[in-house]
Ligand binder design. Structure first.
Ligand SMILES: Nc1ncnc2c1ncn2[C@@H]1O[C@H](COP(=O)(O)OP(=O)(O)O)[C@@H](O)[C@H]1O
Ligand SMILES: CC(=O)OP(=O)(O)O
Ligand SMILES: [Mg+2]
Length: 439
């Protein structure tokens, strides 16, 4: 499989010089205004097809449980070419072996709506890539060299980069002529000061192995911090925000005037908060202890900390809805898992309060942050001396869209701000191929 377009029948006069990581972007017809965004996770793909001429979504969907017998594809056309089935969810359950099969199934759903990948209206495919290391600090047009670097970073994002790469290779094979752009989770965090990014280990070893704190979920932290400022009616450059991205993976960030100054994930997406299946912060000596005393290999401990820890390790469930249901039924293990999760979250809120000095808003986002009122309430309970509180009624309301849940007149606004990594990736990818800057 190759990333370069097929050789034209008549050779072009003199090819423009190309940098390895910045291949020439072919001119786009003005009618090509659509962007397909793929957010490939370890066992899922979220996708959106958007028209950047009006910012509208044409179709959205999700493939989950990839690799299992009960994979599920849910596809919703919002503006199909033939006007049939608008807003009607289509659900298919059955085995989807890997990300290649998943993307082929997605392409077939889009084609059924007259929105196929062969459309000349498609300007670019934008991919979420979790780890970009030190090299990728901006959205980047993908070529073989970029793919090789994403592959090189697999050991530091083992759950994510392989899936991202398979997604990229699959759509490149489908549309080798179309620019494909990678938008990196790590990019927003490259503004972190050295004091926050450095681990306190031997500098030569750290530098030789590029060991430092990179941070992840950056597209979400960037989008949510900006949307929070907008919700407050203020310029992002004047606002300090603590963003709590609480999904299956979870991370906190301290954003000062639109720039990230600290974040909870590190070299890999394992550090920081308690997550669905990941431990977050842990004494590194736990690793050696298990290797020396519990007959576990490095791979065993890696799998333990990434896949069998966090909420699932503590109580057997990683879905916050199920944990709340069990707590309501009097389950002590679920209650302890919730308490450990909240305790860690509160520590980070306190830490980032100190890092920022002045906090204008705390923003909750992603699946848990947007939906779990008890998590927001418990995370901020008893912090009125810091100007932090939730209004119980506002917090309990279930409504879509960004909203304030703190009481009127609170010193620090507490906000629920739905993240939209796909929209942000679409904007950045489209801006790159149109050679515009994101507004
Ligand atoms: N109504 C809800 N109440 C509590 N938790 C929820 C609710 N809806 C979703 N979640 C949580 O959100 C998580 C998924 O969040 P999401 O941001 O989609 O994660 P990811 O992108 O990492 O897959 C689920 O594991 C579940 O715990
Ligand atoms: C980086 C990361 O943890 O991503 P996700 O939450 O999608 O697993
Ligand atoms: Mg996510």
């Amino acid at each position: 499989m190759t990333a370069t377009p097929a050789t034209p029948a008549t050779p072009a006069p003199t090819p423009a010089p190309m940098l390895p990581s910045a291949p020439a972007i072919p001119p786009l017809p003005p009618t090509a205004t659509r962007v397909l965004v793929l957010n490939s996770g370890s066992s899922s793909v979220k996708y959106q097809l958007l028209d950047m001429a009006d910012g509208e979504r044409l179709a959205v969907g999700l493939v989950e449980r990839i690799g299992e017998e009960t994979s599920r594809l849910v596809h919703t056309p919002l503006r199909p070419a033939h006007g049939e089935g608008t807003g009607m969810k289509r659900e298919t359950v059955g085995p989807i072996a890997d990300h290649e099969a998943a993307l082929k199934a997605v392409a077939a759903e889009l084609a059924a709506d007259g929105l196929g990948l062969d459309s000349p209206d498609l300007a670019v495919i934008g991919h979420r890539v979790v780890h970009g290391g030190l090299r990728f600090t901006e959205p980047t047009v993908i070529d073989e060299d970029v793919c090789a670097e994403i592959e090189r970073l697999v050991p530091v994002a083992p759950l994510h980069n392989p899936a991202n790469l398979l997604g990229i290779r699959t759509t490149m094979a489908m549309r080798p002529d179309l620019p494909q752009v990678a938008v990196f989770d790590t990019a927003f965090h490259t503004t972190m000061p050295e004091a926050a990014a450095r681990y306190a280990i031997d500098t030569e070893i750290a530098d030789a192995h590029r060991i430092r704190r990179y941070g992840f979920h950056g597209t979400s932290h960037a989008y949510v911090s900006r949307e929070t400022a907008r919700l407050l009616g203020r310029d992002p450059a004047d606002v300090n925000v603590i963003v709590l991205h609480l999904g299956n993976g979870a991370s906190a960030s301290a954003v000062a005037g639109g720039r990230c100054v600290d974040t909870s994930m590190g070299l890999t997406p394992l550090e920081g908060l308690v997550m669905g299946t990941r431990s977050g912060d842990i004494d590194p000596a736990v690793t050696f202890h298990l290797m020396r005393n519990a007959d576990m290999s490095a791979e065993d401990v890696d799998a333990l900390l990434n896949k069998k820890s966090g909420l699932v390790g503590l109580c057997g469930d990683n879905d916050m809805r199920e944990i709340r249901r069990r707590i309501d039924a009097g389950d002590a293990r679920a209650a302890l898992a919730f308490d450990v999760y909240i305790h860690r979250l509160r520590k980070y809120i306190g830490a980032y309060y100190a890092v920022l000095g002045r906090v204008d808003a705390v923003a909750f986002t992603a699946g848990v942050g947007e939906n779990a009122a008890p998590v927001r309430e418990a995370a901020l309970a008893g912090l009125t001396s810091l100007g932090l509180a939730v209004d119980p009624e506002r917090n309990a309301q279930r409504s879509a869209g960004a909203r304030i849940v703190s009481p009127d007149g609170a010193r620090v606004a507490v906000a629920v701000v739905p993240t939209d990594e796909e929209l942000e990736i679409a904007r950045q990818s489209y801006a790159l191929v149109r050679r515009e800057r994101v507004a």
